[in-house]
Design a protein around this ligand. Structure first.
Ligand code: ADP
Ligand code: ASP
Ligand code: MG
Length: 450
């Protein structure tokens, strides 16, 4: 058995779903379990509709919902009746939200889960029309989670028991089609695994049924040496280690959801990233051991719209407990800190989510001098030899000659070297670094872009 996961763009239209059907048909002998994301941008659209509803713009919300229904009916083929029934439920939910005027994480999940509930029904139906012996399975009957809605974590013993005892035998006989991203709590309430969570679903299911391989089908040729939205023309990375892939995902290479790798790593299941538009390309293989390469850097990841907070106080000199007090402030405001650098009297750190920034600065100002810089970017060079290869920082500084590097940190994981530049310098900086580190390529690890 294998797991084949198709992301939103791979199932965004009837034509895309047809391509997926051909890809699955060609691999039917491997007993695939198919996991699909919501079609195209459906999740974003559902969340926007929920926001409209609670803001009291019920009619606007219902109009947008009708558009989304038309999209699903047009691209979805013959499951029309079921699609309409789902949208009728959604309309009731929207009306309820507009009366309540409040959006709880639980109702966010109730609404956003419809994306995958619909796409999985539509894809299963399209498969059957193509002559594939497909059966739709509701992921909520298998993936059992805690009740931290919108970012629920699977309860592994229950989930693995369901997958092993009920899904695996079924998947030997038929091609199961399931929605990613969604699950349910022990009490049977619909939950979701967090944005981008269908990759995670694929890994959980793969681990649960002891799949031989997990394939993540997307809209790029695999993991590339740089984010194509920042710098097009990156080279395909043919093989990368789990820890390198996790590091890249964490630092913005959104091609793979960070937690995906965990269940797969634990069970030693290889993960492949493949392109549903060009299925003949070999993609990227993520392996549990190390992936030796003559190039110390495997890929460059970036995170945009970062805020840096610089904290400076003479009281830090020789004092203890100061860092604890600083981190308590961020903790108290539930704001994760991504990168930290310190000197004797200053601490600089970066945050991704500036929602609580004013309150944080207010509190920190009582103990130190604070400066904030918005629109910064983190650039991260990832490779399992980055820490052990001398001269990398030197090459970075030399190639970025003239660009102001604001913070620099050698990750504790030893796999990355990260630094902060102004958002406006990002594109040029990535271009220069890419030229520096990928002019020559180890052919065992990289496929040069055409
Ligand atoms: P899906 O809808 O299939 O889950 P995602 O949008 O989540 O797809 O992930 C694929 C996207 O990840 C690509 O279209 C690309 O823009 C982005 N991406 C960012 N960094 C990288 C990278 N280093 N290599 C490949 N893709 C990347
Ligand atoms: N549809 C969900 C999202 O857009 C999950 C996924 O696509 O992975 O976040
Ligand atoms: Mg994704």
């Amino acid at each position: 058995m294998i797991v084949m996961k198709f992301g939103g763009s791979s199932v965004e239209s009837a034509a895309a779903i047809d391509r997926v059907a051909s890809i699955v048909q060609a691999r039917a002998g491997q007993h695939p379990v198919v996991v699909v994301s919501a079609m195209g941008k459906t999740t974003n659209r559902l969340l926007a509709i929920a926001d409209e509803a609670v803001a009291g713009r019920k009619n606007e919300a219902l109009t947008q919902l009708a558009d989304l229904e038309q999209f699903h009916l047009r691209e979805g083929g013959s499951v029309g009746g079921k699609v309409e029934a789902h949208f009728a439920e959604l309309a009731e939910l929207v009306k309820g939200l507009s009366i309540l005027g409040e959006l709880t994480p639980r109702s966010v999940d109730a609404i956003s889960a419809y994306g995958e509930r619909l796409s999985s029904l539509i894809v299963a139906d399209a498969f059957r029309r193509k002559g594939i012996d497909a059966v739709h399975q509701d992921s909520r009957d298998y993936i059992i989670t805690d009740d931290r809605h919108t970012l629920a974590a699977p309860l592994y013993p229950e989930t693995y028991a369901h997958l092993e005892q009920r899904l695996a035998p079924r998947a030997q006989r038929q091609i199961a089609v399931m929605g990613g991203f969604i699950g349910s709590t022990k009490a049977g309430v619909t939950s979701t695994l967090g944005r981008g969570g269908s990759d995670f679903s694929a890994a959980i299911i793969g681990a649960g049924i002891k799949a031989a391989e997990i394939q993540i089908w997307t809209d790029v040729d695999g993991m590339l040496t740089c984010d194509p939205r920042i710098l097009p023309g990156g080279h395909r990375v043919k093989v990368i280690s789990f820890s390198e892939a996790a590091e890249l995902a964490y630092f913005g290479a959104k091609v793979l959801h960070p937690s995906t790798v965990l269940p797969a790593v634990e069970k030693n299941i290889p993960v492949l990233i493949l392109n549903s538009r060009r299925p003949e390309v070999e993609g990227t293989r993520i392996i549990s051991g190390s992936a030796p390469s003559a190039n110390p850097v495997k890929a460059i990841a970036c995170k945009q719209n970062i805020t840096t907070v610089h904290i400076r106080s003479m009281r830090m000199l020789g004092a203890h407990g100061f860092l604890r007090r600083i981190f308590e402030v961020f903790d108290h405001h539930q704001t994760p800190v991504d990168m930290v650098t310190t000197s004797e009297i200053s601490v600089s750190l970066t945050i991704d989510n500036p929602q609580r920034l004013d309150a944080i600065v207010g509190e920190l100002s009582k103990i130190a001098e604070i400066t904030v810089e918005r629109d910064q970017a983190i650039i991260c060079l990832v490779g399992d030899k980055v820490a052990h290869t001398s001269g990398i920082a030197g090459r970075v500084f030399q190639s970025l000659n003239g660009t102001n590097i604001r913070m620099i940190s050698q990750g504790a994981s030893l796999l990355n070297l990260s630094f902060v530049v102004a958002g406006s310098d990002l594109s040029n900086a990535v271009k220069a670094l890419h030229t520096e580190f990928f002019a020559e390529l180890d052919p065992a690890v990289f496929e040069r872009a055409q």
